[in-house]
Design a protein around this ligand. Structure first.
Ligand code: FMN
Length: 451
């Protein structure tokens, strides 16, 4: 669903907050979004920008469910289906995102937010970057872009490419400039798919198109096809030249540090007439939901290969990135341990995972803790995997410049043990007991009081 359609459907539900007052992209908008708990927000007057700015598009699961036309509980199966059955998008000749074409690039015309004092500069955080690798396979992924205006013309960003991910690998293999298009205000299907990490070579835009029709168009000056219904597209290339990128307030609400990263040089901007810029608050609930939720289907798919997976929740306490709860239908003694290993394969940045039975709600953190308290024995049910590839976003990991960070992973099998002996702890004694309901009203009335 294109961004404009999403906004008009959201309007019918009364969701968006409108900010008619003039605001500055330097700190003020980010602070406001945070104060508003990242409700879907439309800024009507932003300093230096003639159009509007939309923010918080992915801040609630109900927004995403509406964008995909499913109930909230249908999100995981819908994402799993699209991941398993990508459909190549239709390529169209003319596209809304190319209504206006500018080659005299001046990035200061965009309302790029500076989010918090101490950040390395203004950052585009909602851009979906499209590249083709050396084998001609397309990759779509988010890459934050730090405006780097001190290189003469205001046409350059420094891009953060996480080591070992597909864009990074393609950039290393290119050995020279790697053509890249960055789509701002992309269709929501494309944004969700870009946040997934399917197997290398699987085209995220085909996953997007399986979620909802997402036609593509050839970029004007690059040999790349991009979603046709974006608001703004930056066409250019990733150079092999590096500059400092960061600091940046990231997903775990800690400051990601400065690294040497490639420049993204913009040669052309194409956009709709009266484009809507999209902001995304780093470290906020939208950032976390958009990163974590698309990992649930990949974890689900991996766990389903080894046992019966019922549900997956990448939890907010772990920054919606480092922690997950996996609910399984246990059918054999090894299912819990197998699920732990598989979950780490389904989301390589996952650090801690808890496996629970089908009667434990993975969205209820108290219920999950209860399962750990009542079903888990550390000498039997704990899996510790030292020296594993880590998320770059965990400040406690061992960080090595230019290489993947390393960490220790941990899994807790909090399912009922298979060989629970009969006797004092019979399996039926492992369920939560509820008192029978009773209406307390009559008990609260004073029997002496007159009617
Ligand atoms: C809001 C958001 C911001 C992200 N920022 C970055 C980033 O700056 N650099 C990066 O390499 N990945 C970033 N990611 C993760 C990528 O989109 C993608 O999931 C990851 O690179 C794996 O995809 P790939 O293996 O297909 O390249 C971000 C994801 C989201 C949802």
């Amino acid at each position: 669903m294109e961004l404009r359609r999403f906004l008009s459907l959201a309007e019918q539900r009364g969701w968006p907050l409108h900010i008619p007052t003039p605001v500055s992209p330097r700190y003020e908008m980010a602070r406001l979004l945070y104060a508003l708990d990242e409700r879907l927000t439309l800024f009507d007057q932003v300093e230096g920008w003639a159009g509007s700015v939309a923010a918080g598009l992915f801040a609630r699961r109900e927004y995403v469910a509406m964008a995909l036309g499913v109930p909230e509980e249908g999100l995981l199966p819908t994402l799993v289906r699209a991941l398993n059955s990508p459909v190549a998008p239709q390529v169209v000749e003319r596209a809304p995102c190319q209504e206006v074409v500018t080659t005299d690039v001046d990035l200061s015309c965009l309302p790029i937010l500076t989010h918090i004092p101490g950040d390395g500069g203004p950052y585009i955080t909602s851009g979906v970057a499209i590249i083709n690798d050396a084998q001609g396979r397309r990759n779509a992924a988010y890459h934050r872009l730090m405006l780097t205006p001190d290189r003469g013309k205001c046409n350059t960003f420094t891009a953060r490419l996480v080591e070992g991910r597909d864009t990074h690998t393609a950039w290393l293999q290119a050995g020279g400039p790697l053509p890249m298009a960055v789509c701002i205000g992309a269709p929501l299907s494309a944004q969700l798919a870009a946040a997934m990490s399917p197997a290398p070579g699987v085209d995220e835009l085909s996953i997007a198109n399986a979620l909802a029709p997402t036609p593509t168009v050839r970029a004007i000056g690059l040999d790349l096809e991009i979603p046709a219904e974006c608001e703004i597209v930056l066409e250019g290339y990733l150079s092999q030249e590096l500059g400092p990128e960061g600091p940046f307030l990231d997903l775990t609400r800690t400051r990601d540090f400065v690294r040497q990263q490639p420049f993204f040089v913009v040669e052309r901007i194409t956009h709709r007439s009266q484009p809507i810029y999209q902001a995304l608050l780093p470290g906020g609930r939208e950032h976390r939901l958009l990163m974590g939720m698309p990992r649930e289907p990949t974890i689900y798919a991996a766990v389903s290969r080894v046992c019966t997976c019922r549900n997956v929740h990448v939890t907010p306490g772990g920054g919606n990135w480092l922690h997950a709860v996996v609910q399984i239908d246990k059918r054999g003694p090894e299912d819990g341990r197998a699920a732990i290993q598989a979950a780490f394969e389904g989301h390589t940045s996952l650090k801690h995972v808890v496996i629970v039975d089908a009667d434990v709600d993975p969205y209820d953190s108290e219920a999950v803790e209860w399962a750990i308290a009542t079903r888990f024995q550390a000498d039997r049910d704990l899996v510790v995997l030292p020296d594993q590839p880590s998320s770059s976003l965990d400040p406690s990991a061992r960080h090595v410049p230019g290489a993947k960070a390393r960490t220790t992973k941990l899994g807790l099998d909090a399912t009922i043990h298979w060989d629970t002996p009969a006797g004092p702890a019979r399996p039926q004694d492992w369920q939560v007991l509820d008192y029978e309901p009773i209406d307390p009203t009559p008990y609260l009335r004073d029997p002496e009081a007159s009617a």
